[in-house]
Write a protein that binds this ligand. Structure first.
Ligand SMILES: *Cc1c(COP(=O)(O)O)cnc(C)c1O
Length: 410
């Protein structure tokens, strides 16, 4: 046996993404005890940095010591009890997992289904709320990584609130990459992951809970079914209150150094600037893809800049395209899932992998692969168009007009 040296890859799939050297080296610093005062200082800073990133003042804001899926589970297991009614908006893989969480808790999942590739339909949700008085929560995925769709979080949250329902929101792929505004939305339980637009190693799940969500937790009739994910117990470590902090589990100390560094970098760049960087790079990629005649699965209004889903052209073997990108260029992109398997390619532009250099390598490799499979393309055209857009942006300085981001718009 020898040390494991990973091969070089350009990660342009659904996450994990490329991790900046600053974050990787932060994780290599000496380990502290999980109750060391210096480490507790770092924990408090991580909570503040996450409040900045989620745009919230919620007291209960911290990273769960497990991947994004545990972020999903902590929201459901703490807020939902057997017999509750929960509306789950399903328009891709992750909505389906939300349903699974609800059902396993012995609660009733009322499904609001929308075709994969479309945003959650507000009218259908309104009908479901009207038809089911007493719904406890509405759960939805803000950024569906399986389809590249952004749903309208402000509208969904406002509608749920009008019916007195809590909201459980998946922002795993949106946090840091496009506008997530927990307090402006009025969202109640929001979770994310570290390995997507936060450009951090996988394995932690930032979460935030509103005061209203905590009241619902305190009013539970039954104990939280999961011992490890019981917020009442976890907060004894992450908060401590008057009685001081106590051991719950050994925090992943070095992983938290990494998250702290990644969030410091995000704050240095600026949250809105990071959203703008993802969107600008999406526009550059789009220029190249459209020059090759490729079409997006999602309409322009609901497209996620950080997850570009492209329809596979007639007669193209998408598995062979992905294999060629990996074997010849070390570029890792995503395949379609479920009903979209074989029908789309998923090109991620997340976190630090979002660079002109990577986009150009991808466009060049993709163009070569498509030409090899018989598509009638002129070598170099895609790159030329992408470069034109990049030059335009570079010359403009600060984003203005069409490129300006309105903080906290949908
Ligand atoms: C990646 C992802 C998850 C799951 O995160 P893991 O870290 O893989 O557990 C959940 N929801 C969405 C939308 C995701 O993209």
């Amino acid at each position: 046996m020898h040390s494991f040296i990973p091969p070089r890859r350009i990660l342009m799939g659904a996450g994990p993404t490329e991790i900046p050297a600053r974050v990787l080296s932060a994780t290599a610093r000496p380990t502290l005890g999980h109750l060391d005062p210096a480490f507790i200082g770092l924990m408090e800073e991580v909570k503040d940095l996450l409040r900045y990133t989620f745009r919230t003042k919620n007291e209960v804001t911290f990273p769960v010591s497990a991947p994004g899926s545990a972020g999903m589970e902590i929201c459901f297991v703490n807020l939902v009890e057997a017999g509750d009614k929960v509306i789950v908006c399903r328009n891709g893989v992750f909505g389906d997992r939300m349903r699974e969480n609800v059902v396993r808790l012995g609660a009733e999942a009322i499904m609001v289904d929308t075709d994969w590739g479309k945003a959650v339909e507000i009218d259908k949700l309104a009908d479901a709320l009207k038809a089911n008085p007493g719904v406890k929560a509405v759960a939805f995925v803000h950024a569906e990584t399986s389809t590249g769709v952004r749903s309208d979080a402000p509208e969904i949250c406002a509608l749920a609130e009008a019916y007195g329902a809590l909201t459980i929101v998946d922002t795993v792929t949106s946090l840091g990459g496009s506008s997530v505004c927990v307090d402006e939305w009025g969202a109640d339980a929001v979770y994310s992951g570290t390995q997507k637009c936060l450009a951090c190693p996988p394995g932690l799940a930032p979460v935030t809970f509103s005061g209203r969500a905590i009241e619902v937790l305190k009013a539970r009739k039954t104990p939280v079914q999961s011992w490890f994910l019981d917020l009442n117990l976890i907060l004894g470590y992450w908060d401590g209150g008057d009685t001081g902090r106590s051991y719950h589990h050994t925090a992943p100390v070095n992983a938290l150094y990494g998250l702290h560094e990644a969030l410091v970098m995000l704050m240095e760049e600026g949250l809105v600037e990071s959203w703008a960087r993802h969107r600008d790079n999406h526009d550059i990629l789009k220029a190249g893809l459209e020059t090759m005649g490729l079409e997006f699965l999602v309409d322009a209004e609901h497209r996620l800049p950080q997850m570009n889903t492209i329809k596979v052209p007639e007669g193209i073997d998408e598995a062979a395209v992905r294999r060629e990108l990996m074997d010849e260029h070390g570029i890792d992109i995503g395949a379609g899932l479920g009903p979209l398997a074989g029908k789309i390619l998923r090109i991620g532009l997340m976190g630090q992998a979002v660079r002109l250099e990577n986009i150009m390598k991808l466009l060049s490799g993709l163009e070569a692969a498509l030409i090899r499979q018989g598509m009638d393309l002129k070598r170099g055209d895609a790159i030329r168009q992408a470069r034109n857009v990049a030059t335009l942006f570079a010359g403009k300085g600060e984003p203005t007009g069409e490129r300006a981001i309105t903080p906290c718009a949908a």
